[in-house]
Design a binder for this molecule. Structure first.
Ligand SMILES: Cc1ncc(COP(=O)(O)O)c(C=O)c1O
Length: 409
């Protein structure tokens, strides 16, 4: 048996089990590909790539930052260019009155990459980390690629997505190394309030776990809820706070993210020392983008405002369109997504396929984000307004007719 290759796509090679991803196609992806192959136009209500949503970027200011001699010089620094880390400390955290030394900021190409580094830092193969459910779907792949086990702690829908602390504690084992907090969470759009932040810190301290806090949507509170409180700053437990340009400046293509390491002095020092080796192995962050960061961060206010306005307008429009339909939506406190409740007459994935095939609209099934219950769809709130209107109208018509499966185009 020892020589038998268990992989589905074995061919003549021996592949690592962790890369046995199958063909990656699910029913929804196939339906979308078929519609595109048949040139059937689709309204995509899942677009979260801000560069495709009609926002106005200050192109001159962005590109001017590359037209400097330093853009052609390379100086490797494992943690990232000191000037870029200083800019994050001064401008991003400074404006929130959070004092953090640039020496405790580690740059990566993306927050996804930062997760990879942190799992490498904290976990041996087979160790566990806790993630909220529902949440961002990339965790499964991140875990399998780092040979670690993902354990999901439930959020309570009926309670505004508050953490079920008893259930979270029950998830902790001898092998648990970290708790992930997504603040604000995607797709629920809820945030960890101050009391909940303290509770996460208390549980992490009790079980000697690290906190990994994903704050990529921190700049996107809805309805002038006021600035959201970051986990960065003084902390009694080792805390890694993640953010990056894909949301802060709505520039995912620029590939720059950061991890602010907070907590007890000696643990922070050791963590940064070890992260330095991991980062030095890859040196993945683009040089010119690091050079540009100081002049780019001030541009965040404008693009964030455009996005927050779009999100609010789409939410208002959604409420108008949903009124009187069989669908409803959950409250959203922050972020770029909304969860829509639909009659649970079939698995969400099947409904999403029907909506593509019969109504020409793409939505994500709740199951994509780990929603165990049926009857949930997730929509992006940064879609351009006309498209959003048309897409939601098609969605509602489609759901109304879903039992008869009549085309609604
Ligand atoms: C909660 C959350 N974290 C991280 C990311 C990915 O960010 P990055 O582009 O920096 O990898 C996303 C992407 O949408 C996200 O929703």
């Amino acid at each position: 048996m020892g020589d038998v290759n268990h992989n589905s796509n074995a061919g003549t090679h021996r592949w690592a089990d962790r890369t046995d991803f199958g063909d990656g196609a699910n029913g929804l992806a196939v339906a979308i590909a078929d519609a595109r192959a048949a040139s059937r136009p689709l309204i995509d209500l899942t677009v979260t790539n801000p560069t495709r949503c009609g926002f106005v970027y200050d192109m001159a200011a962005l590109l001017a930052a590359f037209a400097v001699p330093t853009a052609l010089q390379y100086q490797a620094d494992p943690l990232g260019a000191p000037g870029a880390r200083q800019a994050i400390a001064d401008q991003y955290y400074g404006q929130r009155d959070i004092s953090i030394s640039p020496d405790r900021i580690v740059l990566t190409a993306s927050t996804s990459e930062a997760y990879g580094y942190l799992l490498r830092l904290l976990c041996n193969p087979g160790d566990e980390f806790l993630v909220p459910e529902p949440s961002y779907p990339l965790f499964d792949l991140l875990a399998s690629m780092q040979d670690v086990t993902l354990v999901r702690y439930p959020l309570r829908l009926h309670d505004g997505w508050r953490v079920d602390w008893e259930a979270l504690r029950a998830c902790i084992s001898q092998r648990t190394r970290a708790i992930v907090v997504v603040h604000p969470n995607n797709p629920t759009g809820h945030t960890a309030e101050i009391a909940e932040q303290a509770m996460f810190q208390a549980v992490a301290a009790e079980f000697k776990l690290a906190l990994i806090v994903d704050e990529v949507f921190l700049d996107y509170p809805i309805h002038d809820a006021g600035p959201l409180r970051s986990f960065a700053g003084p902390a009694n437990v080792l805390t890694f706070v993640l953010s990056g340009l894909s949301k802060v400046l709505a520039l995912p293509q620029m590939k720059l993210a950061w991890t602010a390491v907070c907590g007890p002095e000696s643990e922070v020092e050791e963590a940064v020392h070890r992260l330095q080796f991991i980062a030095d192995t890859f040196l993945s962050v683009n040089g010119p983008v690091q050079m540009a960061l100081g002049s780019w961060l001030p541009l965040g206010a404008d693009i964030q405002q455009q996005i927050r306005r779009r999100v609010s307008a789409n939410l208002e429009r959604l409420d108008v369109l949903l009124a009187g339909s069989v669908c409803s939506r959950l409250p959203v406190w922050a972020g770029w997504s909304v969860m829509v409740r639909v009659p649970a007459v079939m698995p969400d994935q099947d409904l999403a396929v029907l909506l593509v095939e019969h109504c020409g609209v793409v939505v994500h099934p709740g199951s994509f984000y780990g929603m165990a219950a049926q009857g949930w769809l997730v929509l992006s709130l940064i879609v351009q307004q006309e498209e959003f209107d048309l897409g939601v109208t098609r969605l509602i018509t489609g759901v109304d007719r879903v039992c008869n499966v009549e085309p609604c185009l």
